[in-house]
Design a protein around this ligand. Structure first.
Ligand code: SAM
Length: 246
């Protein structure tokens, strides 16, 4: 049995299986979302940004194509290795743990996209991540958080399903313990049984806004999908918060 060792987010995201299962979360989805975000943000030229928990860099690459100076960081060494070939004079990738400050007072915008938050056992680590984002931003810098809308996800939780991708049948089971949404992923590959589990805190809008305020941010806007429609608790699939460093 191939199982997770250490923290679930250190191992699962570093496997090729994560990228097979989430292959629909691709560069074209990222491109559409970034286009909408950049139209909304209307940033000046010469902007420097951090894609925090960038994965293989699908958003970083497009932010850079749109003229931004981009640093993408992620805990997964394999993902960063896959992102590295895209590097150029204004795009770089590095392995880094988001609970720590990467570079102080450096970035005009920090992006934390596609539910890259709420992973840690210690709830205080959520605030630690936001405080470190605060420290990495310049005065009046902007943070963009794209998280799940926990209310919507819980209302639509599919308890069991099988996804067949690239010859692998991923058997998925979802549950909720009052704090976390669990997703168990079981499959066999080449005769080997594998088990992984995702565990994400079901942080709701008000709780997220409180955390951001505690970390020294003003909330500017809250959207509910990648087209940046207004947030609606029962209908939006995403919780996209734009906040500014005080
Ligand atoms: C759901 S994926 C999203 C990746 C990317 N933003 C995207 O949209 O494709 C979450 C990412 O968070 C990264 N991650 C998990 N824990 C982390 C940590 N402590 N520090 C930095 N990155 C982390 C994972 O390696 C993974 O790439």
């Amino acid at each position: 049995m191939n199982e997770q060792k250490g923290e679930w987010f250190e191992t699962w995201f570093d496997t090729s299986y994560y990228h097979i299962l989430y292959q629909n979360r691709d560069f074209s989805e990222a491109e559409r979302f970034i286009n909408n975000l950049l139209n909304y943000l209307n940033l000046p030229t010469e902007v420097s940004c951090l894609d925090l928990a960038c994965g293989k860099g699908r958003h970083s690459v497009f932010l850079n194509k749109k003229g931004l100076k981009v640093t993408g960081v992620d805990l997964s060494e394999n993902s960063i290795q896959e992102a590295k070939p895209f590097e150029n004079d204004t795009l770089s990738f590095d392995t880094h743990d988001m609970r720590k400050v990467y570079q102080k007072d450096t970035f005009d915008v920090v992006f934390n996209l596609f539910t890259s938050f709420g992973y840690f056992d210690n709830y205080d680590d959520n605030l630690k991540v936001l405080l470190s984002i605060h420290e990495m931003l310049v005065e009046e810098g902007i943070v963009v958080i794209d998280f799940m809308n926990a209310d919507f996800v819980l209302d639509h939780l599919v308890e069991k399903e099988v996804k067949s991708l690239d010859g692998i049948d991923f058997r998925i089971t979802r549950s909720y313990d009052g704090n976390h949404i669990f997703k168990s992923i079981d499959f066999s590959d080449n005769g080997k049984d594998c088990h992984f589990q995702e565990r994400v805190q079901a942080i709701k809008k008000e709780e997220f806004e409180d955390l951001l305020k505690k970390a020294g941010f003003d909330i500017i806007d809250v959207f509910g999908d990648f087209s940046l429609s207004p947030f609606n608790r029962s209908e939006s699939d995403r919780l996209i918060i734009i906040a500014k460093k005080k």
